[in-house]
Write a protein that binds this ligand. Structure first.
Ligand SMILES: Nc1nc2c(c(=O)[nH]1)N[C@H]1C(S)=C(S)[C@@H](COP(=O)(O)OP(=O)(O)OC[C@H]3O[C@@H](n4cnc5c(=O)[nH]c(N)nc54)[C@H](O)[C@@H]3O)O[C@H]1N2
Ligand SMILES: Nc1nc2c(c(=O)[nH]1)N[C@H]1C(S)=C(S)[C@@H](COP(=O)(O)OP(=O)(O)OC[C@H]3O[C@@H](n4cnc5c(=O)[nH]c(N)nc54)[C@H](O)[C@@H]3O)O[C@H]1N2
Ligand SMILES: [Mo]
Length: 759
């Protein structure tokens, strides 16, 4: 299998490389932001729009899920939030004429960057069976087509309903309600590829799959551990919180195979002093080998156990379960093995231990660097073990902080977007709506692809996202998608998934966060939940990108009426007319949302309950916080091979590419680069600037190849490599997934390099 750079595309992929930077944000960030924003929106609209981001009566930034905080700056936006907004509020348009000029076969040759740059989709579009071009279709006809296909299925489980994490609470609630009334729990979502491992580990150990800290906790912490996360690019507003924590005396340990500029030094663009010098953030940088984190935390736990007075014995006694078994496993941790697994030095680990012992209030933050490994769930559980030993949970300034990705990915899950819903949730749904929801589990992302591949699923519906672009094993996924009878994408912008279709396909264009949403009862708002469990309203203010758009709740409501017809007693029309009526139902079905409409009227919204944080109560199977004792694992990389992680550049939002630069890493004008340690590169004979193919090696013996990458000598950990997603998704095997969470191992791909064959 080989993936070539898309041809027929005016974009040149010719990376230039300079030295990586050591500080994030500052003046260049502002200049860069305004340039990208003005290209898309023009000067006036740029100012008007950016001033509304994350303001109390504005819209929720469609970028990351980092919380807003109470005192919002006039410009509570960050460089990458502004790019996300500009991407959506662009003045460029993709009209029916555009589709007439670009048959699907043409779209399939274009890069993701080119597709995204074409602008907002203006009309519902239909690709008939055997046709080569999308044509405009009425909304009525579009819903009829969906109904035709769904009604001919042998079982409701032949349909898949995917959600990406920008979807509002209201739309997500309706989508899961519709899917379950239709008769399936096939609700895969982007979480399956993202923080599923965090959810699995946290539910088992503390009883709730969400983080336990607030912004205030971060500000009060003594020690913040940041493992497997690049906030300078992916959660820039987190740097302000870290700056504040540092000012109050906190220490920071960063654990990462790459020295990420944002974690080294932050130049706060909101303060004059910050612009000039900035503050150093990281006190201790542990440059770990990819996948070595579980071993590191296991050894740290052994060392804590062996230090007199270091264990919070009262907490362990009163609130935890499984201590003895865990302690026995931890005591067996081995220095030599840990040094091999992590690539760290003894003194570095001893320094980390000293910082942990000196801290009463410790927070652990993490993202994809921990979640996308075979042993991801066990790794996160080991992080939890450390916090439990220290009693660092349910205490101010302490706790777990999985930093979420998409702006409402956490809310979508709260609303019931989950292929394995809890029985209590289904009971509540049954009681409220009077139908019997299916009880058997549905497919997650990887199982959905397998079902399409094997002909067991035939209709694929996506509420946002770019499924084929984001999923692993691109060629397998694309072939699977092409077998579908019907693919439907509710989208704002074009992406690869619109070019890789089933026999029939629909594109349903929708309002984004920035667009004004007016329904029969008047102007609507929607709600979202951030990474820290705060729920608040989001109101778009721009005239919609086209008069033909429907909102996401309206699309689900109309689809439900077309498909379920008189069989459904759910008031879909009322839901579309007035979203407050959806919130009334959410209030009755989902714990923590009582008086939803009244409470969300408060400009700061409200916090959802979190038993471990609020009352040190752990709703697990044992009724206590659970210590766990998994075998320590780490990747074993054969001679002559490297361990590749696939990650984000500074100029992308997942599969949406804003530009071709990765400023902090010193890469400009191209994305097909592979970062390799200079000594590894020399050992394998690849000069800086050499062109190579990346070939992944997996147990199935299939050769997966990504062609034409420029080698960049880069200070990553030894034996490790890094390249951008989604170009490298072709290398991630479909069945290479994390234990328990089934998340693709996107940060742990064994590869070899070969000189590129001349084109
Ligand atoms: N601007 C922007 N913002 C975004 C996104 C975006 O694409 N662009 N995406 C959003 C989404 S959906 C998500 S999930 C988040 C993603 O946020 P991140 O998780 O920060 O994203 P990645 O680029 O995947 O970076 C992973 C980090 O983990 C490190 N890492 C890799 N392997 C290991 C390991 O084995 N151990 C350790 N300790 N570290 C490791 C990498 O070097 C890198 O610093 O960001 C969200 N915010
Ligand atoms: N190799 C590798 N693969 C990965 C990852 C990795 O680190 N490495 N990361 C994984 C992670 S963490 C995630 S979260 C997934 C992301 O997977 P997805 O969420 O599926 O992908 P995105 O690229 O975020 O989706 C972008 C598309 O969403 C649509 N969109 C944007 N805004 C809206 C909106 O308001 N409404 C609607 N309906 N549509 C909208 C646009 O059409 C846009 O093209 O990818 C995963 N895949
Ligand atoms: Mo994500």
């Amino acid at each position: 299998m080989a993936a070539k750079p898309p041809a027929g595309d005016p974009i040149q992929d010719a990376p230039e490389v300079t030295a990586p930077q050591h500080a994030a944000a500052g003046l260049p960030a502002i200049g860069h932001t305004l340039r990208i924003a003005q290209q898309q929106m023009g000067v006036g609209r740029t100012a008007r729009t950016l001033l509304k981001v994350n303001q109390k009566h504005g819209f929720d930034c469609p970028g990351c899920a980092w919380p807003e905080g109470e005192k919002r700056h006039t410009a509570e936006f960050c460089e990458n939030g502004a790019k996300a907004v500009a991407e959506e509020a662009t003045l460029r348009r993709v009209t029916p004429d555009f589709f007439a000029a670009h048959p699907v076969a043409d779209l399939a040759t274009r890069s993701g960057y080119w597709l995204g740059q074409q602008g907002r989709i203006t009309h519902p579009m239909y690709l008939a069976a055997g046709a080569d071009t999308y044509e405009a279709v009425t909304w009525e006809r579009a819903f009829e087509i969906i109904a035709e296909e769904l009604k001919t299925l042998d079982s409701p489980d032949e349909a898949l309903f995917y959600t990406s994490g920008r979807t509002s609470n209201e739309a997500a609630f309706l989508l899961q309600l519709f899917a379950r009334e239709f008769g399936t729990n096939n609700l895969p979502d982007c979480s399956n590829m993202c923080h599923e491992s965090s959810g699995s580990a946290l539910t088992e150990t503390i009883g709730i799959g969400k983080g336990s800290v607030s912004l205030d906790d971060l500000h009060q912490a003594d020690l913040i551990i940041i493992a497997g996360q690049n906030p300078g690019t992916n959660h820039p507003r987190m740097l302000s919180a870290l700056e504040k924590a540092k000012a109050a005396g906190a220490k920071i340990i960063s654990i990462n195979p790459l020295p990420e500029a944002g974690l080294e030094r932050f130049k706060n663009p909101q303060t004059p002093q910050g612009m000039l010098k900035g503050v150093a953030l990281t006190d201790l940088f542990l440059q770990i080998r990819i996948g070595g984190d579980q071993a590191l935390f296991r050894l740290l736990n052994k060392l804590v156990l062996e230090t007199h007075g270091a264990v919070d014995e009262a907490f362990v006694r009163e609130h935890t379960h499984g201590f003895e078994e865990f302690a026995e496993a931890a005591r067996a941790a081995d220095w030599e093995e840990t040094l091999t697994a992590t690539g760290l030095e003894r003194a570095e680990i001893e320094r980390a231990l000293a910082m942990i012992l000196a801290s009463r209030r410790t927070i652990a933050c993490w993202a994809m660097g921990l979640t996308q490994h075979k042993h991801a769930v066990a790794t996160i559980r080991e992080v939890v073990n450390l916090l439990l030993l220290r009693g660092a949970i349910g205490r101010p300034g302490a706790g777990v902080c999985p930093v979420r990705g998409h702006s409402n990915v956490q809310g979508d899950r709260t609303m019931g977007i989950f292929e394995r819903p809890a029985p209590a949730f289904l009971d509540a749904l049954e009681k409220e709506f009077g139908f019997a929801p299916p009880r058997h589990h549905g497919y997650d992302v990887v199982r959905s692809i397998e079902a399409l591949r094997d002909g067991k699923a035939k209709v694929f519906f996506a509420m946002g996202g770019n499924f084929v672009g984001a999923a692993p094993d691109t060629e397998v996924t694309e072939a699977a998608m092409r077998r579908a009878a019907l693919t439907v994408h509710v989208s704002t912008k074009l992406n690869r998934s619109h070019a890789v279709t089933g026999h029939r396909a629909l594109i349903l264009p929708t309002l984004g966060r920035t667009d004004k949403d007016v329904q029969q009862s008047g102007k609507q708002f929607v709600t979202v939940e951030d990474s820290m469990g705060l729920v608040h309203a989001s109101r778009g203010n721009l005239p919609p990108a086209s008069p033909h758009l429907l909102s996401e709740p309206a699309i689900v409501a109309r689809m439900a009426r077309a498909v379920l017809g008189a069989d459904s007693t759910t008031p879909w029309e009322e839901f579309e007319r007035d979203y407050a009526t959806i919130r009334d139902r959410i209030a009755r079905v989902i714990p923590g949302f009582q008086d939803f409409n009244a409470r969300v009227a408060h400009p700061d919204g409200f916090a959802l309950p979190h038993a471990p944080r609020d009352e040190r109560r752990f709703p697990t199977t044992t009724g206590k916080a659970n210590f766990t004792a998994a075998e320590v694992e780490y990747p074993h990389v054969p001679e002559g091979r490297l361990l590749l992680q696939t990650l984000r550049s500074h100029d992308q939002y997942n599969t949406t590419i804003y530009g071709l630069d990765d400023r902090y890493r010193g890469i400009k004008g191209g994305r097909r680069v592979v970062l390799v340690h200079p000594e590894d590169a020399r050992e394998y004979g690849f000069a800086d600037g050499a062109y190579v193919d990346l070939i992944s090696e997996w147990t199935d013996g299939v050769e997966r190849r990504a062609e034409g990458f420029r080698v960049v000598h880069y200070p990553t950990a030894r034996g490790c490599a890094a390249a951008y997603y989604p170009e490298t998704n072709v290398l991630v095997p479909l069945d290479a997934t994390a234990d328990t969470s089934n998340t693709p191992m996107s940060k742990s791909v064994v590869i070899r390099l070969e000189p590129s064959r001349p084109a």
